[in-house]
Design a protein around this ligand. Structure first.
Ligand code: KIV
Length: 263
């Protein structure tokens, strides 16, 4: 995919949208050469690359830096970049500045968490020509208010709120929205009620697409395996095998071999 218009087309035609996170040159190049539709420069970069406990440390500068690298190394892909913590809570002018920095860095769209209290700001971004992807359910920037990384909207009142929030995002002009960690049946019914596509992570199979953190789907962290993520390959084990083989070969004197040496 190269434009956000293809998101709407995919929903209309019943084609699943595949999104994965990318943060740096190698991950962008890997995904550039894949059938993944859209690259998300997620603020999860703070946890995957910087090793922090949450995403709150992301700044516009950090997000713009990673966005610039990803856009440069995956020029044919649609790139969505996360607006950092509180970017949409300081008024429309501040949100515009943050979004502009991400679009100037090469993003085609921005993603913003939540909608209550800042629907107007999101609408203003959209009206300013900035495509916005929403994000509901478990919104990691609110981890402290939510009391941890847990499934959301299990209770009827919360489910009704999620339904209303999703409708508000659509009204604000968002081109799609992420549902993170919400019951599959709820995600299915809200997805059916919306014209714009939903992208699930821990939200069952009936969203219009799926997103995963690249490091989770590739199994980079042997100590982190959330219920909703599948390790499609055990990269941590492969890397350990490679590093052990290298160290063993150095100690055995079999590396470098003749063909790896200069005469
Ligand atoms: O930051 C991120 O990677 C995200 C996805 C998990 C949706 O927001």
């Amino acid at each position: 995919m190269k434009t956000i218009r293809e998101f709407a087309g995919a929903k209309a035609e019943g084609r699943k949208i595949v999104v994965a996170t990318a943060y740096d040159a190698w991950s962008a190049r890997l995904l550039a050469d894949s059938s993944v539709d859209c690259l998300l420069v997620g603020d999860s970069v703070m946890m995957t690359l910087y090793g922090e406990r949450d995403t709150l440390g992301a700044t516009t500068e950090i997000m713009a830096t990673h966005t610039r690298i990803v856009a440069r190394h995956a020029p044919e892909k649609l790139v969505v970049a996360d607006l950092p913590f509180l970017a949409v809570r300081k008024g429309a002018a501040h949100a515009l500045d943050c979004a502009a920095a991400l679009l100037r860095a090469g993003a085609h769209a921005v993603k913003a968490e939540g909608v209550r209290g800042h629907a107007e700001v999101l609408h203003h971004l959209v009206e300013s020509g900035i495509p916005v992807m929403g994000h509901l359910g478990l919104t990691p920037q609110s981890v402290h208010a939510l009391g941890g990384y847990r499934v959301q909207a299990r209770e009827p009142a919360e489910a009704a709120q999620l339904r209303a929030d999703a409708a508000a995002l659509e009204t604000a002009g968002c081109f799609s929205m992420v549902f993170e960690c919400v019951p599959a049946a709820l995600a299915k019914s809200v997805t059916a009620s919306l014209k714009i596509p939903t992208i699930g992570i821990g939200a069952g199979t009936d969203c219009d697409g799926q997103v995963l953190v690249l490091h989770d789907l590739l199994g980079f962290n042997p100590d982190f395996k959330p219920k909703f993520a599948r390790r499609f390959v055990d990269t941590a084990a492969l890397m350990k095998t490679g590093v052990t083989a290298y160290a063993d070969a150095v100690r055995a004197g079999t590396f470098p071999a003749d063909e790896e040496s200069f005469r």
